[in-house]
Design a protein around this ligand. Structure first.
Ligand SMILES: [Zn+2]
Length: 177
């Protein structure tokens, strides 16, 4: 594995274009990075919605970006293009987009904060990605929807005072801890 920071690829115009595009989205919050980041490669990274998520430029096609995420707790990996096509490189291990996202998140927020957010144990000087469970969630929308249907099925479960763990999903939508 090569250390990071080897190829400080240029392309400052790309950075500006990406930035302009992303600044139009109101959800972007600007947090000063712990260390300088490669904005041209990963124009957007955030810890939000229970995920480390962000946008990663395609190495080959300047028009294409990948939307990548790692879910906190489960460590489910997801990567697709901005057109919602699943990333072909995501097979049971992180694709380079997710790796880049993770690297940039560590630069942006620092390892401690990212690891705490994702609930992952990273050994000292360890690698974030290698510390994750390798669970791939290729189509988050479909997964979420089928889970939703399963949760709906619980509405037909006979009444009980015992909590159904799965139904915690519902209050969690409204309550922010
Ligand atoms: Zn990918």
């Amino acid at each position: 594995m090569q250390g990071r920071g080897a190829a400080g690829a240029g392309g400052s115009e790309v950075v500006d274009a990406d930035r302009a595009a992303w600044e139009q989205r109101s959800v972007v919050r600007v947090v000063p990075p712990v260390e300088p980041r490669k904005l041209a490669k990963v124009p957007f990274v955030e810890l939000a919605d229970g995920r480390l998520q962000g946008v990663v430029s395609s190495g080959s096609d300047i028009e294409r970006v990948y939307v990548s995420s790692i879910t906190a707790g489960t460590h489910a990996l997801s990567c697709s293009t901005n057109n919602n096509r699943p990333c072909g490189a995501l097979h049971g291990y992180a694709c380079k987009h997710i790796r880049m996202l993770a690297d940039e998140a560590v630069l942006q927020y620092g390892m401690d904060r990212v690891a705490r957010y994702l609930r992952v144990e990273v050994a000292e000087h360890g690698d974030l990605i290698n510390s994750l469970n390798r669970l791939v969630e290729r189509t988050p929308a479909a997964v979420v929807f089928s889970r939703f249907l399963r949760h709906l099925a619980y509405l037909e479960v006979p009444e009980s005072t015992e909590p159904l763990a799965e139904l915690h999903w519902f209050p969690a939508m409204g309550a922010v801890r």
